[in-house]
Design a protein around this ligand. Structure first.
Ligand SMILES: C[S@@+](CC[C@H](N)C(=O)[O-])C[C@H]1O[C@@H](n2cnc3c(N)ncnc32)[C@H](O)[C@@H]1O
Length: 233
């Protein structure tokens, strides 16, 4: 049975509270709980969207700025906007990447005109949108024609030898490790929210139904983590 809310206004309130609490330990826990692999995935996401010097990128749900940082390292002159509803997340992102243009907002109501970004990245963010469809429609709106969308997100791993082990890690060990280093329920919410999120095939179909073309996927860790890449035609 679900312990958490997975959509609507109650989810919005709950998500904000959860991320506000976790800010000070967020980066440390990412490295610890992924064994440092999260940095590699974010680097790959930056490579997939391949921002060019004159282009403008929106890193949505940017958190403490780890994806923006990778994009900025690849393309130091490019304009990078980091958007997140939690001001303390944006403060941390600015320490890492002082050139970042921070915007405090939610995906469901982006304060940007149509078609102003050549690329959008979202790492471990879409799962937290209170309205997934609305958030992705907003992303489509603010992307320029020919623009690229890169999404990094967890999924329940495909069936295979390592799958039961990973599920045990995700549902049993990870919440305990998370609780040792942070107050609150973020690492209990994580496995449940992954289970509630569309499977990779369904999520790709959702992107296509919104209007994105050339939806490509790249799995990592036996399908526990995915990069989705899509274009606005
Ligand atoms: C798991 S963190 C990911 C942060 C960062 N992208 C990374 O790779 O570490 C999720 C982020 O999504 C943000 N968030 C939550 N709800 C959101 C929404 N509706 N729109 C945009 N961002 C949201 C949270 O504040 C949080 O910083």
């Amino acid at each position: 049975m679900a312990q958490f809310v997975h959509g609507g206004r109650d989810k919005r309130r709950f998500i904000r509270h959860m991320f506000e609490e976790i800010v000070p330990r967020y980066d440390f826990l990412n490295r610890l709980l992924s064994g440092g692999r999260d940095v590699t995935w974010r680097k790959r996401l930056a490579a997939v969207v391949d921002l060019q010097p004159t282009e403008r990128l929106l890193d949505l749900a940017c958190g403490t700025g780890d994806v923006a940082l990778q994009v900025g390292r690849r393309q130091p002159g490019a304009q990078i906007v980091g958007a997140d509803p939690i001001p303390r997340m944006l403060d941390r992102a600015l320490i890492k990447l002082p050139a970042l243009q921070p915007v405090c907002c939610e995906s469901e109501a982006l304060p940007f005109p149509d078609g102003v970004f050549q690329a959008v990245t979202i790492a471990f963010g879409v799962r937290n949108f209170s309205d997934l469809q609305e958030g992705l429609e907003e992303v489509y709106r603010v992307l320029a024609r020919g623009g690229r969308l890169g999404i990094l997100e967890f999924a329940m791993p495909e069936k295979g030898l390592l799958s039961p082990l990973y599920r045990w890690y995700l549902t049993k060990l990870l919440p305990r490790l998370g609780a040792m280093f942070s107050r609150g329920y973020a690492y209990q919410y994580l496995p449940e929210s992954i289970a509630h999120f569309p499977a990779p095939g369904d999520f790709s179909d959702l992107l296509a139904s919104i209007g994105f073309d050339h939806v490509n996927t790249e799995p990592f860790l036996n399908g526990a983590v995915w990069i989705y890449c899509a274009h606005k035609g």
